[in-house]
Structure formats: C-alpha cells, structure tokens
Design a protein around this ligand. Structure first.
Ligand SMILES: [Zn+2]
Length: 66
C-alpha cells in the first residue's frame, strides 16, 4: 500500500507558515513537518510505501485511486 502525506502549509513557511507563536518561536508549518515525518516513519516501519511532500499546491491527479 502506498501513502502520500502532505503535512500542510509550505516547506520553510513560504508563503504561509500557518499559525505562529513568536514567544515560543513555533510555526505551524514546522510542527506539521515534524509530525508528518514521524507519521511517515511509523507507516514505513509498518511496511507501507510513503511519500511526503509539504506543499500548499499539489496537482490534481484523477483516476489513480485504489
Ligand atoms: Zn494551518
């Protein structure tokens, strides 16, 4: 089984970092990537094929679902 993960917002926070907590220097885009990567490693360890791309713009691909 193949899994595609898009953790949300954009790599590096450009153009949209999501929520930002300046006092704690936390950005939603960074947390999403961290947790998305951990989730991907967990799924790979369970035997799934994982692709991860953090992008606010993904091309639509139709007719490939299984
Ligand atoms: Zn968000």
């Amino acid at each position: 089984m193949r899994v595609f993960l898009n953790p949300g917002h954009a790599l590096g926070g450009d153009p949209d970092p999501g929520c930002v907590n300046s006092a704690l220097t936390l950005r939603e885009c960074d947390l999403a990537l961290t947790y998305g990567s951990l989730c991907g490693k967990y799924l790979e360890a369970a035997g799934l094929e994982v692709k991860l791309l953090q992008s606010p713009r993904l091309p639509l691909r139709r007719g490939r679902g299984q």
